[in-house]
Ligand binder design. Structure first.
Ligand code: ADP
Ligand code: 5GP
Length: 194
């Protein structure tokens, strides 16, 4: 992938930590370049107010596997019994135009992308404490208790891999976390332009 001035930014962190919320808030700020949020493809069912094409492309397992076999994903992974993948073409366009492509993907995906993309910055988002994470997942009211427990179990192993990332953001206050994320993008873009 060519990316002379483009940047690819990966954000990972346990489900419910607030990645989508903080990314949405950050997108309102001026970071000095066009930011594109990568809409992943997934076989999981939509939850709550999720909209097709905005939050995810919701597809069947057969469609996902065909897309995978056609080599159209930058990366893909299985998380909690469902497939997730990052469609390559829009990322390539954004990077070629000097923008910042933002990927909300898990640790498995981050490791794959880092192997393929040179200009890649990685951010791990944590909650202030584990109880806050549990509360956020419950208060979102989008998961059954069984799924909440699965996501919390996965979160424990994700925390152990936080040291693989370039940056860490603690999402205590949404506005502060969004400003931290914007500052990381500005700093990474400056580094590229230098
Ligand atoms: P993720 O994308 O990481 O799965 P979400 O962005 O869906 O997480 O956030 C999970 C829930 O936590 C949402 O209901 C959101 O409104 C809430 N939330 C996000 N950030 C904070 C925060 N700093 N303080 C309190 N609640 C938050
Ligand atoms: P959720 O089901 O809560 O939206 O996402 C579950 C997990 O999958 C989160 O950790 C999220 O970052 C990750 N995820 C979302 N899209 C992708 C993707 O395209 N690839 C990978 N590897 N992980 C993804």
């Amino acid at each position: 992938m060519t990316n002379d001035t483009g940047l690819l930014l990966i954000i990972s962190g346990p489900s419910g930590v607030g990645k989508s919320t903080v990314i949405k808030e950050m997108m309102k700020q001026d970071v000095g370049c066009h930011c594109y949020f990568s809409v992943s493809m997934t076989t999981r069912v939509p939850r709550g107010s999720e909209v097709e094409g905005v939050h995810y492309h919701f597809v069947s397992e057969q469609y996902f596997l065909e897309t995978m076999q056609a080599g159209l994903f930058l990366e893909h992974a299985k998380y909690n019994q469902n497939y997730y993948g990052t469609p390559m073409p829009p990322i390539q366009d954004c990077i070629n135009e000097g923008g910042c492509a933002i990927l909300d993907i898990d640790v498995q995906g981050m490791l794959q992308v880092r192997e393929k993309v040179q200009r890649c910055a990685t951010v791990f988002m944590t909650p202030p404490d584990f109880t806050s994470l549990e509360n956020r997942l419950r208060e979102r009211k989008t998961e059954t208790e069984e799924h909440i427990q699965c996501r919390l179990a996965i979160a424990k192993s994700e925390f152990e891999q936080a040291n693989l990332y370039d940056y860490m953001i603690v999402n205590d206050d949404i506005q502060t976390a969004a400003k931290d994320l914007a500052a990381i993008i500005r700093a990474e873009k400056l580094r590229i332009l230098r």
